[in-house]
Design a protein around this ligand. Structure first.
Ligand SMILES: Nc1ncnc2c1ncn2[C@@H]1O[C@H](COP(=O)(O)OP(=O)(O)OP(=O)(O)O)[C@@H](O)[C@H]1O
Length: 579
């Protein structure tokens, strides 16, 4: 474990790293690692490889673009330099040379099904019966193919995959694009390790024996002994802890863990501000014990303040949305949890779709042995997501973004195929996300949209919990959502109050919606031009998840940075990582 002592200055989330896949300089024997012998050019050059052998020197912009094009055209180089100027000035995202993405051993790259992983049979069963039920022909995604064997400790063809510190601990970074299945990539190996450790734990075996005996005794007629059970050895001491930044993500990741737990038989609990203290306490101190906790850092940290034993048995700590959780606001609590869990920890897994430069250097100094698993498309917005631009400074909007936003939503609703539902009399409901930069603006924009007959809700701390979760539910379920055709009929202008019931809209900041698995979203409207390319990635990443198509619309006003929008669009068109 590299980390000792208090953390240095915590990383900012504004500038993406160009060296995410940079491996530790040392190999298992402490030797300096050498440059790779083969490096393939082009955007797919890094595919089917599993080791990120990054050059010691960050490649310059010109050579990166030349490499991506597979040529050395001087004029093109100059054009690329100009093209990236605004993004460089903005300095929000950096590039990772495609030759440096994580390489996959051929046998791992060819994994076609979860059955091929060395996972417990009950986990494989749970995958098709409960977790991804209803899906046919499920194939692991690139990050799952990379991370699952590595986290299981299988030979992935990487020397560094065997690096452990003197306490047998390993640290991993999983860096892969939004909606690429990172949750299962870390959850399945953690649950596998949990069950294997449980089977080998003599205290748990002894408790099971005691429990069966006590149950049998209690069933005897005339039994007068105690009716309570001794506490389970795992009571209030989970083995796996997953940290996520928001209560919504606790629900989301918790749902996946619970779905797994039915078949695999472990006890998963969720701790967040949405769950009452009574429920949290009951599950924490349940006589049947606790195995896995999904929590927000603040809540878990305050629980650990009053009962330090809570983190005394953690073998697997996952920090999801790591760039948020190591950001200034979260870093003190996240690192406090990390420090407390350190003595028993066997695996630390950090996970994110965006790796800011400061997080990257923080990890390099605090966790120099961290194994970095990065996918070929990291920091790129997939080509299947298109980005359109509305110039709000021109007629008819004259810088009225509210009106432009409402118009964009109306045109999505009106253009939606009215009769695509298989049930006559019903229409499919389009789910749209609108992103603003400031939290205060969410309610204002939502109110305006409602005044224009649009079913919109602001996603922020003060939205009623019930309304918020109803709305989110309809955005995260995959199945089509129907509305009554009669209700959806759009009256012609001037005839009655216009309403658009075949759309549902959430207005949010990316912080409120980060990581939310909005599978049903095809359209994202960027009301404000995002402050950084990191925000572009997370916001547009709410659409086009898991191979789906998506469409973004950015509203560009008089004072907005058009050059940045143009560059992001071009990078998206070329399928390249943003910088
Ligand atoms: N192998 C697979 N095949 C099909 N669907 C999958 C597979 N793995 C995961 N999924 C589904 O893909 C969706 C996205 O997964 P997940 O939320 O883990 O993405 P993510 O990489 O964490 O995204 P983000 O960075 O935005 O948080 C989920 O609905 C999940 O159930």
């Amino acid at each position: 474990m590299g980390r000792t002592g208090p953390p240095r200055s915590s990383p900012s989330r504004m500038v993406l790293s160009d060296r995410v896949a940079h491996p530790s300089r040392r190999d298992t024997e402490g030797r300096e690692s050498r440059a790779p012998r083969h490096r393939s050019a082009g955007p797919f050059g890094g595919m089917n490889q599993t080791f990120a052998r990054i050059r010691e020197r960050t490649p310059d912009r010109t050579s990166r673009y030349a490499e991506a094009r597979g040529g050395k055209d001087k004029r093109g180089d100059r054009k690329d330099e100009r093209r990236t100027k605004a993004m460089k000035m903005q300095s929000s995202l950096a590039t990772i040379s495609y030759g440096h993405r994580t390489r996959t051993k051929a046998s791992v790259a060819e994994v076609e099904s979860f059955d091929q992983f060395d996972l417990l049979p009950s986990i494989k069963e749970a995958m098709s019966n409960d977790v991804l039920k209803g899906m046919v022909d499920i194939k692991p995604t690139p990050i799952q193919r990379l991370a699952i064997p590595a986290l299981l400790g299988q030979d992935t063809g990487r020397r560094s995959s065997r690096i452990k510190d003197s306490n047998g601990r390993q640290e991993f970074l999983l860096a892969a694009e939004t909606g690429s299945g990172k949750t299962l990539a870390y959850l399945l190996p953690a649950v596998d390790a949990l069950k294997k450790a449980e089977a080998a734990d003599p205290a748990i075996a002894a408790y099971r024996e005691y429990f069966d005996k006590q149950m049998a005794a209690m069933r005897e007629p005339g039994y007068t002994g105690p009716r309570e059970f001794e506490p389970h050895p795992t009571a209030a001491r989970p083995k796996v802890v997953v940290l996520v930044p928001t209560a919504e993500l606790v629900d989301q990741v918790g749902r996946v863990a619970k779905a797994l737990s039915h078949e695999v038989k472990f006890r998963a609990s969720l701790f967040s501000a949405n769950i009452s203290a009574k429920v949290i306490n009951a599950s924490m101190y349940s006589p049947t014990g606790i195995d896995l906790v999904v929590a927000t850092p603040h809540l878990l940290s305050s629980m650990a303040d009053s009962d330090p034993n809570i983190l005394s048995r953690v073998s697997h700590l996952v920090v999801d949305e790591a760039d948020s959780l190591f950001d200034r606001s979260f870093s003190p609590v996240t690192t406090a949890i990390l420090d407390r869990a350190l003595p028993s920890m066997k695996q630390l897994v950090l996970c994110s779709a965006t790796i800011p430069k400061r997080l990257d250097s923080y990890l390099a100094s605090e966790f120099p042995d961290m194994i970095r698993l990065t996918t070929p498309n990291l920091h790129a917005i997939p080509r299947r997501v298109q980005l359109g631009v509305i110039d709000v400074s021109k007629d008819p909007y004259r810088n009225n973004k509210d009106l432009a936003c409402a118009d964009a939503i109306w045109s999505i609703g009106k253009d939606a195929p009215r009769f695509e539902s298989s049930t006559p009399g019903e229409v499919d409901v389009k789910r749209i996300m609108v992103f603003v930069n400031e939290r205060e603006k969410t309610q204002e924009v939502a109110n305006y949209l409602v005044s224009k007959g649009i079913d919109a809700v602001a996603l922020h701390r003060d939205t009623s919990e019930q309304r918020q979760s109803e709305m989110l539910d309809s955005f995260t379920t995959t199945g089509p959502m129907r509305a009554d055709l009669a209700a959806a009929a759009i009256p012609p202008p001037g005839k009655g109050r216009r309403s658009l019931p075949n759309t549902k809209v959430i207005v949010a900041t990316d912080l409120a919606s980060r990581g939310i698995d909005t599978l049903a979203v095809r359209h994202v409207i960027l009301y404000d031009v995002p402050h950084s390319t990191i925000d572009f990635i997370h916001r547009l990443g709410r659409a086009g998840r898991m191979g789906r198509r998506g469409r973004g619309v950015v509203l560009v006003g008089r004072n907005d940075r058009r050059d940045i929008v143009a560059e992001v669009r071009e990078s998206m068109f070329m399928g390249q990582a943003l910088i």
